[in-house]
Design a protein around this ligand. Sequence first.
Ligand SMILES: CC/C=C\C/C=C\C/C=C\C/C=C\C=C\C(=O)SCCNC(=O)CCNC(=O)[C@H](O)C(C)(C)COP(=O)(O)OP(=O)(O)OC[C@H]1O[C@@H](n2cnc3c(N)ncnc32)[C@H](O)[C@@H]1OP(=O)(O)O
Ligand SMILES: Cc1cc2nc3c(=O)[nH]c(=O)nc-3n(C[C@H](O)[C@H](O)[C@H](O)COP(=O)(O)OP(=O)(O)OC[C@H]3O[C@@H](n4cnc5c(N)ncnc54)[C@H](O)[C@@H]3O)c2cc1C
Length: 661
Amino acid sequence: MANVKCNPDLVRERAKCSFDVNELIHLIDGGENATKEKRHFEETIFSVKELQDAVPEEYLSHKDRYENAVRKATILRDVCREYMKKYNYKPNRFRVGHGVFKDVSPFLLHDGMFVATIIGQGTPEQQAEWLPKAENMQIIGTYAQTELGHGSFIRGLETRATYDPKTEEFILNNATLSSFKWWPGGLGSTVNHCIVVAQLFINGKSYGIQPFIVQIRDLNTHKPLPGVKVGEIGPKMGFQTANNGFLGFENFRIPRMNMLMKNAQVLKDGTFVKGMNEKLTYGTMVMVRVGIVGDCSLNTSLAATIAVRYSAVRHQSKIKAKEPEVQILDYVTQQHKLFIAIASSHVFRNVYSWLSKSYLNVMKDLAQGKQDHLPELHATACCLKAVCSRDAGSVVEECRLACGGHGYMTSSNLPLVYGFTIATVTYEGEQTVLLLQTARYLVKAWLAALQGKVLAPSVSYLSDWLKNDNVRWQNTPEGIVKGFQHVAAGKVKAAYDTIQKYIKLGKDYEDAWNLASVQLMKASEAHSRSILCEVSWGEVIRTSASPNLLQVLKQLAQLYLVYWTLETSGDFLVYSNISKDDIAILREKYEELLAAIRPNAVGLVDAFDLRDEILHSTLGSYDGRVYERLMEEALKSPLNQESVNASFHKYLKPLMEKAKL
Ligand SMILES: CC/C=C\C/C=C\C/C=C\C/C=C\C=C\C(=O)SCCNC(=O)CCNC(=O)[C@H](O)C(C)(C)COP(=O)(O)OP(=O)(O)OC[C@H]1O[C@@H](n2cnc3c(N)ncnc32)[C@H](O)[C@@H]1OP(=O)(O)O
Ligand SMILES: Cc1cc2nc3c(=O)[nH]c(=O)nc-3n(C[C@H](O)[C@H](O)[C@H](O)COP(=O)(O)OP(=O)(O)OC[C@H]3O[C@@H](n4cnc5c(N)ncnc54)[C@H](O)[C@@H]3O)c2cc1C
């Protein structure tokens, strides 16, 4: 990239960077070798001509866009397969996917959830049967759980799987419209198999929801099998190429062994054997929630790169009347909008890495029959997924707005990035619903703290606070982290007390919970923020890097801490010993941090190492040829391929002529 002829502002920005950009790239990637491998893989993918679109896909019809996405998905699959064989390297398909599809792959659910559910929910025999076929794409699948009538409350799903011991089969039925599966990616026209999450019935008795692997289309003709009604749900706010679909069954029979039986089992005679913990059926969702925190880091870095580079190139208005128009990046308000995006991407990455480790540890424990840490993992993954996805959505939108009118252009790619980022707030568990799951855990932990019990590490601050809630405020990163824990503890206590108050007033527990649920949700958010702050600051101070880089990483981590303290200063005034003077000091600190980060802003986004083919943005490319690219992309509009459009003769001219009469 270094030889590209760049916009002079970007050249100047890069020259003043105080740290080694390559060092940060390697740190993010996990080592110099990892960067080399990543770059070689990406070079390979983006040199495949067939993966490059001649016409921007936004000009294609809904159908053509889908077909083009499937075409590219199959080529990408082949190239990846060959690459993996040749180099024994497992590539990150999600990252290059943004480049190849701009939006999302119609195989997203195959990779993200179908294969993962076979691994997580299938017995060794079931894995042996389906995993090789799924991994080499002999079968293509999705995860079909959500229905028209139920998404959040999965115990309320209506799709039925009734066991017939005579034939040793399950009979699938969707008797009501609300029971139709609705949303699964790839279901519309791509997949031939699904994991169907359905209510199990044996001899008229319900045994809760279970996962079934179901073939829905013929492997040769791709026609829906008899008894299957399947189709696509139509255009959405984003995810246009994900091919989300609907599905219903009418007396559709599948063999007994198609129920994934790693947890619960149905024996031939119809005996139901309970698993170790029925919530293990929800395992794929926990895994994907963890993954989404990592995805939030990538999505945020895409938007930050585009908006920061654009802000370095764009000049508008003046700070001083007699001086030239400034780079908009010099406006401190612009820095306020953008630097939190850079900082958030690093925070999400560090927290993702921490959460993934916890996830893997819990999986190891579960394999040995130990489930003590599962509730903590579930609670942590829920609130982090909810808060990171919401933050990522807000940050991406702020980056888009920070690009003014040009940020509204599809060719900036910011609208598309916003579309797939904001979807993460809803899918894999709607944010409020997940925050309230964590709140259940926090309330239990609070009760345990009141009873003097030892708490799990992520909530042990509740006991500390109970012992001493009168800690002197300190304007240091560690002091701020403590402050966030105090806010979280104070909010948990307030929510708990509110529940007790309603119970004393005669409400039953569930109504009291609902009445206190805004407070519960906020307590859960505060808990999540305290984890984000504690973990990210802890990761940064443990990072081994050159002094120059470490200084910048600390500035970003502190910016995150101070930004969120100021954003939620009302909470700090209520629940900690912060004073108005401390807030004034933090405001000053925040301004100092913005100024310190400013010279490194372009270097920092360069270090995300996002190729132009992944960014897909007229505003964010490495060379900063913003206006040239905007014009080049505009000229690709089909309306610019003719000097006079037919509508002039058909409608406009007659209209003008009528007006003359
Ligand atoms: C590898 C991935 C990498 C990157 C990601 C990128 C892309 C991802 C790929 C695909 C994504 C694209 C598309 C999206 C797909 C989907 O959206 S699939 C559908 C997802 N659906 C949901 O998430 C539904 C959300 N709802 C629920 O999860 C549940 O209904 C619930 C809200 C948790 C409530 O369940 P339930 O009513 O049964 O439970 P409660 O009565 O409220 O609680 C009972 C106790 O169970 C505990 N619990 C609940 N869930 C779990 C769990 N998963 N694990 C462990 N324990 C769990 C809960 O805490 C209660 O405990 P208690 O308080 O002690 O009683
Ligand atoms: C882009 C996209 C892709 C998706 N892909 C898939 C897929 O591949 N497979 C699949 O199975 N599903 C998929 N989904 C579905 C997704 O998982 C659900 O939409 C999601 O879980 C939310 O459920 P819901 O739509 O029923 O929302 P609802 O639960 O109806 O939410 C509506 C409102 O009700 C509130 N609410 C609901 N319950 C409670 C409660 N207990 N307490 C307080 N408030 C509550 C919510 O907070 C929200 O404000 C996808 C969705 C999207 C948007």
